[in-house]
Design a protein around this ligand. Structure first.
Ligand code: CMC
Length: 394
């Protein structure tokens, strides 16, 4: 084992070459396929950015038209799967439902399952997954509140369709607010890829055994769920709500986060790669202020977040460790304004991250150098022990 180098948490181990996403953590730069995240957030829609990540270039009008058509045509999920939503307890976490249903989708589409490398079948699978993930998210919500499902509407865009499936009902028609559609586009775009993060590495790891795209994405969803990764957005919003409702002060929260004996962290702060302000957090902070000012929304959670950020950025503990707000710090406030329930925030992250996962799965499969991922270890157990009959043990 002398030849094996040890790198807990892979802080400095490159697992692949990649052309998809560039991150400069010192300068706070994020680019997808060479385009700055700020430009993509300002000028593209989520389906355009998804195409860019997966296929390498911004789509032409024709390509985008075809992609949109495929998204529209593949938004529905098999009716048999609807029972799954109905059978889950209303309190079931929507990330658990999302992972299970995405995995099950592979069982309902056997013709793509074995055929993913063939271009047309792959394109169809991609559009189908990106479209259906939204339907799954909205249906799990409707089932949890005991309301009938609202089916996708072929006339609506990607984001407005999702909001409509979530909030429209026979009893109360829902007018999709164009400002929220814009916000949702930006939110999904800034989440769309982030090179070899935990969930993306998981998708590559599982895919490296030649498991199907569905199984690989399901694994990515499970990896994203944890509070150190995508689950941090739910935890961050809950921290703000706790401060608001329980009378906990900002100072107390900061002290709690600094106390190593307390497992609590300041969720939405810190990053393995960014040692500067996360550019995604910058985009979202700007967006939340623009929308709240324009709509005259007064949300105490935003005031608390601003206070918390300022206190942390001026505290030696956070300064010494270069801990800045990350993408999960402000996203929750925006989703809260749209009335997306708190336990669905990580599902929203997954909808955004899906094109990135697919892009990496495809890049790995297209790369002749890729191999099954199989890290080594340094064994620290017993060298060899004599066999012990059961009566001699204990
Ligand atoms: N609150 C309090 N202390 C922190 C935090 C935090 N949010 N983040 C890091 N630290 C401390 C950590 O305890 C360690 O202190 P010390 O050097 O005294 O042991 C030091 O800062 C370095 O942190 P680390 O945990 O060794 O860094 P890492 O690169 O292994 O972890 C991280 C990165 C994102 C898991 C971590 O910063 C964290 O737990 N943050 C909170 C969870 C979170 O917001 N996650 C979302 C990340 S961005 C979106 C995504 O990737 O999903």
């Amino acid at each position: 084992s002398g030849l094996v180098s040890l790198d807990y948490g892979y802080t400095n181990t490159g697992s692949t070459k990649s052309q998809i996403t560039f991150v400069d953590g010192e300068k706070g730069i994020l680019r997808y396929r060479g385009y700055n995240i700020e430009d993509l957030a300002a000028y593209t829609t989520f389906p355009e950015t998804a195409w860019l990540l997966i296929y390498g270039n911004l789509p032409t009008r024709e390509e985008l038209g075809t992609f949109r058509r495929l998204l529209t045509e593949n938004a529905l999920i098999h009716e048999n799967l609807l029972n799954f939503f109905r059978e889950m307890p209303p309190s079931a976490h929507p990330m658990g439902i999302l992972g299970a249903v995405v995995n099950a989708l592979g069982l309902f589409t056997p013709r793509f399952y074995d055929d993913e490398s063939k271009q047309d079948a792959f394109n169809l699978t991609v559009a189908s997954l990106i479209s259906k993930v939204r339907t799954i998210a909205a249906f799990s919500y409707k089932a949890s509140i005991g309301e009938p499902f609202v089916y996708p509407d072929a006339e609506k865009s990607y984001c407005s369709n999702f909001l409509n499936m979530m909030f429209s009902s026979k009893a109360k028609p829902y007018n999709v607010d164009p400002l929220f559609v814009h916000a949702l586009n930006v939110l999904l775009i800034v989440h769309a890829d982030h090179e070899q993060n935990c969930s993306t590495s998981t998708v590559r790891m599982v895919g490296s055994s030649q498991a199907s795209l569905y199984a690989s994405i399901c694994a990515g969803i499970c990896a994203l769920w944890g509070p150190l990764h995508g689950g941090a957005n739910q935890a961050a919003l809950e921290t703000l709500m706790n401060i608001h409702q329980s009378g906990l002060t900002v100072k107390q929260v900061i002290e709690k986060a600094k106390n190593k004996k307390d497992p609590f962290k300041l969720y939405g702060f810190g990053h393995r790669v960014y040692k500067n302000y996360d550019p995604r957090a910058k985009v979202l902070k700007g967006l939340v202020h623009t929308i709240f000012d324009r709509e005259h929304i007064a949300d105490p959670l935003l005031d608390i977040a601003s206070e918390l950020e300022e206190a942390a950025l001026n505290d030696d503990y956070f300064i010494e460790r270069k801990l800045y707000p990350n993408v999960d710090f402000y996203s929750g406030i925006l989703y809260h304004a749209m009335e997306i329930p708190t336990n669905m925030l990580t599902v929203m992250f997954a909808i955004g991250r899906l094109p990135g996962w697919i892009a990496h799965w495809k890049e790995m499969h297209d790369d002749p150098l890729s191999k099954i991922n199989r890290p080594r270890q340094i064994y620290t157990g017993y060298a060899e022990r004599p066999w012990l009959p059961i009566d001699n043990r204990g």
